[in-house]
Design a protein around this ligand. Structure first.
Ligand SMILES: C[S@@+](CC[C@H](N)C(=O)[O-])C[C@H]1O[C@@H](n2cnc3c(N)ncnc32)[C@H](O)[C@@H]1O
Length: 269
């Protein structure tokens, strides 16, 4: 397969992975290591959840790309305090090229030493297991892989290509598919703050809130099965703005999306 990825330096001066086929840069803002840590792993309170869990936790890493988010999550579990739960990471990906290229730049992508060995094993065998982490590759089209998946997610990191160029990853159907695999206290984090993505999440059955700001992005999105797991649920004022005629919608928004969202418990507290 032709190499479709290369490492580039972003405006902010960080090295990041460019997919030349799509023109999409992974973690373009503050760089892969900081974004993986702050937007995904810290925001999901992974360390606390592992410390208080009485069973193994499962993270869905969608998609794997250069591995920055999976590796950041894995490093928390590997460094876990005695008594912390172990972590299963299921990484969804159809092209391992970005991870292969990232391995040539181990410092920029957190792949020095043991994490690099783990990534090589994942590429070669589709799995790497230690006493604390079980990292598994779900290789192929994400929607086909989700159809086959039997694990239930405690945390979802939804890091697919942008809604502008790849709207199919940001539809009601996509978020309903992942919602069907969500455990009872599952939370989901994504960089998109678009109104259409949030409408898709709401219509798919998630409670939806503001996610942390990062770099120049003043908002991202957090979602949860249980409303009480959101730090900043979207408010009634946000919901009222959906009444405008020009509101951006996901491709498969139901005709009665507004009535459905208006009736949701999060807008009646
Ligand atoms: C934004 S990148 C993920 C970056 C990654 N989370 C990281 O930390 O490096 C999105 C990834 O989704 C993958 N992808 C795109 N379409 C896909 C599909 N239909 N099925 C599975 N993976 C897909 C791409 O190959 C790409 O690596």
């Amino acid at each position: 397969m032709a190499v479709e990825h290369q490492v580039v330096r972003t405006k902010s001066g960080h090295l990041a992975m460019l997919c030349t086929a799509d023109g999409e840069v992974m973690h373009p803002g503050v760089g892969p290591l900081a974004e993986a840590r702050d937007l995904y792993v810290v925001q999901s309170r992974l360390r606390d959840r592992l410390a208080s869990a009485d069973r193994r936790l499962t993270v869905f890493d969608v998609g794997l790309g250069a591995g920055s988010i999976a590796l950041a999550a894995r490093s928390i579990a590997e460094a876990g305090a005695p008594g912390s739960a172990s972590l299963e990471i299921v990484s969804f990906e159809r092209n391992l090229d970005a991870l292969v290229v990232a391995l040539e730049h181990p410092e920029a992508f957190g792949l020095e030493g043991e994490p690099g060995l783990a990534a090589r094993k994942l590429i070669a065998e589709g799995r790497h297991t230690t006493a604390r982490t079980d990292w598994r590759l779900a290789y192929g089209d994400v929607f086909e892989q989700l159809d086959r998946e039997t694990a239930r997610a405690d945390i979802v990191y939804w890091d697919m290509y942008s809604p502008r160029k790849h709207p199919m990853f940001w539809t009601v159907a996509a978020f309903a598919q992942i919602r069907a695999l969500a455990g009872p206290a599952c939370t989901l984090f994504t960089y998109s703050a678009s109104t259409a993505s949030r409408i898709a999440l709401l219509c798919a059955g998630w409670a939806v809130g503001l996610g942390t700001s990062i770099g120049e992005k003043w908002q991202t999105t957090a979602a949860a099965v249980r409303l009480e797991d959101l730090e900043q649920p979207l408010t009634i004022d946000w919901m009222r703005r959906l009444r405008r005629a020009d509101v951006p919608l996901p491709a498969d928004a139901p005709a009665d999306f507004l009535a459905r969202i208006e009736a949701m418990p999060q807008f009646h507290s």
